[in-house]
Design a protein around this ligand. Structure first.
Ligand SMILES: CC(C)(COP(=O)(O)OP(=O)(O)OC[C@H]1O[C@@H](n2cnc3c(N)ncnc32)[C@H](O)[C@@H]1OP(=O)(O)O)[C@@H](O)C(=O)NCCC(=O)NCCS
Length: 330
């Protein structure tokens, strides 16, 4: 395939209004403190969806903004690819709810499950659909209501996550000067149980026992996840840069998955990209899983840090484990 075949035509985000600070955990009776959270993760606050705010409603807000920026109407969208670890229900997909909400009558719509790497995976799928000729315009969304699946009694994990959605309109590239220049994706399912929800699926369905033992909530081996994240994100940066025949010095901005500022710093250091060229908003959002990169990209565009001609490196890592990266010229 000769790249670029697809370019980013527009971005948007949908963020719940409610902000929860590190200090607010005390009210839940959780034995944690602001300084611990900031020192270990860089997180100061996160947004939390209200009861009526759903994965789909956040996705719809993000999508409408992205479609407006791209000047694309609902009827022009051929595919909706929605990444989420928090579908509003298990059948059918959240993507079809979004399709109906937007009135995207010509669109195929489906969810993907790749956790925090979902936006990179989704963009790669969309690029492939465009390359195959099946799709001209795709909407790729990362949307997560993590507050619905974290264990609010587990201080080691619940402080890390937040809610939100980010959307990207991807269109067939008309010129060679902008678009996706390289992609890279990997997974290692032998490590699935380091970050997972043990119950609530078809294997161990919902029942009083799994509600009582809290095994439907996210469980995480923090230290192990941290080590793998640093290693895999470093590798992914190398692979996407190599495939684009670029080095860290050619990159104008690194937009990594926002899980932890220490992971971000280690990734940037490995890629030889100074921190003033790295977009960081984990302090304000926490980890919004697959929404984190498209939210960060949308903010970076709004703040003028990504503009026409900018070369950006995206890199993600998440449950699975899954990881991936992408170089895009805007
Ligand atoms: C979770 C994480 C912040 C924990 O930091 P850490 O330095 O590894 O800390 P540890 O897990 O070793 O815990 C150290 C101590 O802090 C305690 N602790 C855990 N969470 C705490 C909290 N919110 N507040 C206060 N203390 C806490 C632990 O109980 C432990 O206490 P102990 O030594 O008495 O047993 C870190 O491992 C991390 O960021 N991992 C990656 C998580 C991630 O990004 N997941 C998503 C990937 S997409």
């Amino acid at each position: 395939m000769i790249r670029p075949v697809a370019y980013v035509a527009g971005t948007g985000r949908g963020i719940p209004a409610k902000v929860m600070s590190n200090h607010d955990f005390a009210a839940l009776g959780l034995d944690t403190d602001h300084d611990w959270i900031v020192e270990r993760t860089g997180i100061v606050e996160r947004h939390i969806g209200a009861p009526g705010e759903t994965t789909m409603s956040m996705a719809a807000t993000a999508s409408r903004a992205a479609m407006k920026r791209a000047d694309v109407s609902a009827g022009e969208i051929d595919a909706i690819i929605l990444s989420t670890a928090t579908p509003d229900r298990l059948l059918p997909s959240t993507a079809v709810d979004l399709q109906a909400e937007l009135g995207a009558t010509r669109a195929a719509a489906f969810d993907i499950s790749a956790a925090c790497s979902g936006w990179v995976y989704g963009m790669t799928i969309a690029e492939g659909l465009i390359s195959s000729g099946v799709v001209e315009t795709a909407l790729v969304v990362g949307a997560e209501k993590m507050s619905a699946i974290v264990d609010w009694q587990d201080r080691a994990s619940c402080v890390l996550f937040g809610d939100g959605a980010g959307a990207t309109v991807l269109k067939r590239a008309a010129t060679a000067d902008r678009g996706i220049l390289s992609v890279y994706m990997r997974s290692d399912g032998s490590l699935a149980e380091l970050l997972w929800r043990p119950s609530g699926g078809a294997k161990v369905p919902y029942a009083q026992a799994v509600l009582d033992d809290r095994s439907t909530y996210v469980k995480m081996a923090g230290r192990e996840v941290f080590k793998h994240a640093v290693r895999s994100m470093a590798d992914a940066c190398d692979r996407a840069l190599d495939a684009a025949r670029l080095t860290g010095q050619d990159i104008d901005i690194l937009i990594p998955h926002q899980a932890n500022v220490r992971i971000i710093e280690a990734t940037a250091k490995h890629a030889n990209i100074p921190m003033d060229k790295v977009y960081v908003n984990v302090d304000r959002y926490g980890n919004t899983s697959s929404a984190s990169i498209p939210i960060a990209l949308d903010e970076a565009i709004e703040r003028g840090r990504v503009a026409s001609g900018t070369t950006a490196l995206f890199v993600a890592f998440g449950a699975g484990f899954t990881w991936g990266s992408m170089v895009v010229r805007f």
